[in-house]
Write a protein that binds this ligand. Structure first.
Ligand SMILES: [Zn+2]
Length: 154
């Protein structure tokens, strides 16, 4: 299936139950409301395909197992919108041989580390200097990537 604007004669059929299994938690971030939920951004669709390739590759190592859950971590600096990724992954899961699998996309806050003194601290605000030693030589050590965290199988 191709999720594109390519002039498909009928709109994509979305089954709400297939991608809302991990309900009870909503993620909202600024700017996401501009996006039509029925049409995930191309960026998240390609990311979802990349994650799904990892999932299927892992499942091939365990023949006969059923996929029950997919846990993905989306760093705050990863550039991906978690809710759109979850939506796009849900479409792939619904079409797969494991439509029962739940999608869980978790936000990961950014953790910074000072290369001067090694102090680690959360990026709760734009602090350009290490709060411990004042060095400006800081870098993010967590929250920059999107990764497949774990799979649940039975
Ligand atoms: Zn420091």
């Amino acid at each position: 299936m191709c999720i594109s604007r390519g002039g498909a004669p009928d709109p994509p059929r979305l089954k709400a139950h297939s991608f809302r299994r991990a309900a009870g938690r909503e993620t909202h971030r600024a700017g996401s409301s501009r996006t039509n939920r029925a049409e995930p951004a191309v960026h998240e669709v390609s990311l979802a395909h990349a994650v799904w390739r990892q999932v299927t590759a892992e499942m091939e190592k365990h023949p006969g197992r059923r996929l029950m859950g997919v846990h993905v971590v989306v760093g705050a600096l990863s550039g991906a919108a978690p809710e759109l990724l979850e939506f796009a992954l849900g479409l792939l899961v619904a079409e797969s041989q494991w439509p029962q699998a739940a999608i869980d996309v978790r936000d990961e806050p950014v953790l910074l580390v000072c290369r001067g003194c090694g102090h680690e601290y959360p990026m709760d605000e734009m602090r350009l200097r290490c709060p411990a030693c004042g060095s400006a030589d800081i870098e993010p050590v967590r929250g920059t990537e999107l990764r497949l965290e774990s799979l649940e199988v039975e």
